[in-house]
Design a protein. Structure first.
Length: 385
């Protein structure tokens, strides 16, 4: 792949490309402006910019092609599908949704489709049950862009896997472009339909990492600028030094500092010299209580992880996957907040405290014997801290 021209260092005030959204390189870190949505710089929000430090430098070229071009076929000429692989919090969803917004604006909203893998399977099964498969299939395959998130969570049902394989074949033949996200490499999806794995492997796989130190500094500066919040170099270092599960966590740190007046007299609380991450991390621990997640954030992150809606998570259904997700919310809320069982139950659709207590006991039993449940809880815990 040719080295893109925007990789060269530019002054902070000089955009690399002249489109509606621009790309900057500041202090060796690429800042890729994304098509705007309603996101705000809040504890649970995201900045409308993808910040790529050295750890994500290889992702910039294909993303530039997809987010700046006005010719979809040309943008995807060197890849189809594009598979974004990375851990939760690395920016896969932010980028996938930005791609949908860009091409919906360019081609029309009926030309770009967005699914989670769970949604794709559910919609296919509904179409089959309601005898409208042909119409549903036509609608999906008529799109010029299809974005599918969390492909590694696609159900292993043969009909669902084969339908997606056929959808990719039909779309590529018709000139459609596919963007897929996953937490693992396509080649490692051992239990998937072999033909589907072949289609994914044939595209371009780009691995995303969580932001490194240079990228974290840039995210903190962007979040502070968005909030018109002046920060000293020492405060930026303090906020950026500690590793995070996602850029949104950094935005949350900036919001917490602003909300609690940390910048007022902040020099008394921030003693770390610029670049001394060990000292900065030590000073940061005193503010940990300010950054506890809320119950709403725990519900949102858990729902996103399981590929379900927040309404379903708090709703009355007793489907096993929903019950597990609810019990995990209760467990995490008890671990990460000071909420009572009654408070948690009210936030989960008005359940009483005995129900939430029973849910946590059930989860404790699973944690003692189910490694997969342990892994899920540990990953969600990392995302929320």
């Amino acid at each position: 792949m040719n080295q893109p021209v925007f990789r060269a260092e530019k002054p902070a005030d000089e955009p690399v490309v002249g489109s509606r959204e621009r790309t900057y390189v500041i202090d060796g870190v690429v800042q890729l402006e994304l098509p705007r949505n309603d996101a705000v710089a809040s504890p649970g929000g995201m900045l409308p910019t993808f910040v790529a430090g050295p750890e994500n430098a290889l992702a910039v070229a294909p993303l530039e092609r997809l987010l700046r071009s006005r010719n979809l076929a040309e943008a995807a000429r060197i890849f189809n599908p594009l598979v974004l692989v990375g851990p939760a919090g690395s920016g896969k969803s932010q980028l996938a949704q930005a791609v949908v917004r860009h091409w919906s604006a360019e081609l029309g909203p009926d030309q770009a489709a967005y699914f989670t893998a769970a949604d794709f399977g559910r919609e296919l099964q509904s179409a089959l049950a309601e005898r409208r498969l042909a119409a549903w299939r036509s609608g999906v395959r008529s799109r010029r862009l299809l974005v599918l998130e969390d492909i590694d969570r696609l159900r292993l049902h043969p009909a669902i896997q084969q339908e997606l394989r056929a959808t990719i074949d039909a779309g590529v033949e018709a000139g459609a472009v596919f963007v897929v996200t996953s937490t693992c490499e396509p080649a490692s999806l051992k239990h998937f339909d072999a033909g589907l794995v072949d289609r994914l492997v044939a595209g371009l796989t780009v691995r995303l990492q969580r932001p490194g130190l240079a990228a974290r500094r840039s995210i903190v500066r962007l979040a502070a600028t968005t909030r018109r919040l002046p920060l000293t170099a020492e405060q930026i270092e303090q906020l950026a030094c500690r590793e995070v599960a996602s850029p949104a966590e950094l935005v949350g740190r900036v919001a917490a500092h602003q909300a609690h007046g940390v910048t007022d007299g902040g020099r008394d609380r921030v003693r770390a010299a610029s670049g001394d991450c060990g000292a900065a991390q030590a000073n940061f621990t005193g503010d940990a209580a300010l950054l506890r997640p809320t119950l709403k954030q725990i519900i949102a992150v858990t729902a996103r992880y399981f590929g379900i809606s927040q309404a379903a998570l708090a709703g009355p259904s007793r489907r096993s996957s929903l019950v597990l997700a609810r019990n995990i919310v209760v467990h995490l809320a008890r671990q990460l907040t000071n909420l009572s069982y009654a408070d948690i139950g009210r936030g989960l659709g008005g359940r009483d405290h005995t129900t939430t207590m029973h849910g946590q006991r059930r989860l404790a039993e699973l944690l003692s014997r189910e490694p997969d449940v342990q892994r899920i809880v540990e990953e969600l815990d990392r995302l929320l801290r």
